[in-house]
Design a binder for this molecule. Structure first.
Ligand code: MEV
Length: 328
């Protein structure tokens, strides 16, 4: 984050991947999330008059903001009220690499970057508690009653082990993870996915509790596999987690097909990531070369977009189809 003499403050955040434990985390089980190096930057600058927003989704005054961005406008208002600042004279410009609605934490990341940008603009220090309570306002608009893992993950630069009652705990992976992420191209709906699981839980709590508990066990074993550097074990736990997510009803045909494609292309494990019902899947590879190959196979197999990266670096690579089906 930086601020220059013409009074522009830049708040930053990044995307996240849930490695294991999504949905079960809503019911008190642990989940593991890692940073995904797609960035978001929000510039806050002086602009006399009503507060204006410039973003891919909407450009205009805060008053005219579309309903799907109400959480963001509430978050901005609350941040300014918290700082005793007037609700005017600002332009907030969002530049994001994170695709919307793909389970990659875009809503939490934009709110995090906005809050950071606003505090920086007014030269105010920001505690973690202040950040999370402001981002939570936006997240509950976006997802209903979220577990809180997304906002913790996008604000952390290390893997986190998260439990709703206990919060996030950072931990280290001794070996890098080589990961591929594929976007199905279908907008995921985390709120609907969480509500579907909730409805199923109300209808048959014993069955859903059993799935949720199994996912919790998978997550604990995955943490152990990561800290011991046992990636083969981690891969098979990802596969097991995907089976449980299918039972919960949050995967779909496209994600399942991409998981199969990744496994056929040599992944050690693959699963849906995030809320599901569309969105993205992830695959674990043995090497960065393997990750590149898997990402290309996914693209050839119809994935809308694929990325691959190593958790020990900042770089992220996106595969593209060339003119003759070549991939660069
Ligand atoms: C969304 O990234 C993760 C979910 O578990 C929802 C939540 O934890 O709030 C599906």
């Amino acid at each position: 984050m930086n601020m220059d003499s013409v009074r522009i403050a830049t708040g930053e955040s990044h995307s996240k991947l849930i490695l294991v434990g999504e949905h079960a985390v809503v019911y008190g089980q642990p989940a593991i999330a890692i940073p995904f190096p797609l960035k978001i930057r929000v510039q806050v600058r002086k602009s006399i008059g009503e507060i204006t927003i410039s973003s891919l989704l909407y450009t205009g005054t805060m008053k005219g903001i579309p309903s799907e961005m109400n959480g963001i406008s509430e978050c901005i208002k609350n941040a300014l009220m918290h700082l005793n600042k007037p609700l005017k004279d600002l332009n907030i410009k969002v530049c994001s690499e994170i695709p919307l609605g793909r389970g990659l934490g875009s809503s939490a990341a934009v709110a995090t970057a906005i809050v950071r940008g606003i505090f920086l603009y007014f030269n105010m220090s920001l505690t973690k508690d202040e950040l999370f309570s402001l981002v939570e306002i936006s997240e509950s608009h976006a997802h209903g009653k979220p577990s809180g893992i997304d906002m913790m993950a996008v604000a952390n630069d290390t893997p986190i082990y998260f439990k709703r009652q206990e919060g996030a705990c950072s931990f280290k992976a001794p070996k890098p993870l080589y990961l591929v992420v594929a976007d199905s191209g279908k907008i995921g709906d985390t709120r609907r996915a969480v509500e579907t699981v909730k409805k199923n839980h109300l209808a048959d709590s014993e069955r859903i509790d059993a799935v949720v508990n199994r996912i919790g066990e998978i997550t604990d074993k995955a943490r152990e596999a990561i800290t011991r550097g046992n990636l083969r074990n981690l891969g098979s736990l990802l596969n097991k987690n995907h089976v449980e997510l299918k039972i919960l009803g949050v995967s779909d045909e496209i994600i399942d097909r991409m998981v199969d494609t990744a496994m056929r292309a040599g992944a050690i494990g693959a699963k849906l990531t995030g809320g599901g019902m569309g969105g993205c899947m992830l695959a674990l590879a043995n090497t960065i070369k393997d990750a590149e190959y898997i990402s290309k196979e996914l693209l050839k197999g119809g994935a809308f977009k694929t990325w691959f990266f190593s958790t020990d670096g900042e770089e992220i690579y996106e595969s593209h189809l060339g003119n003759e089906g070549e991939i660069s």
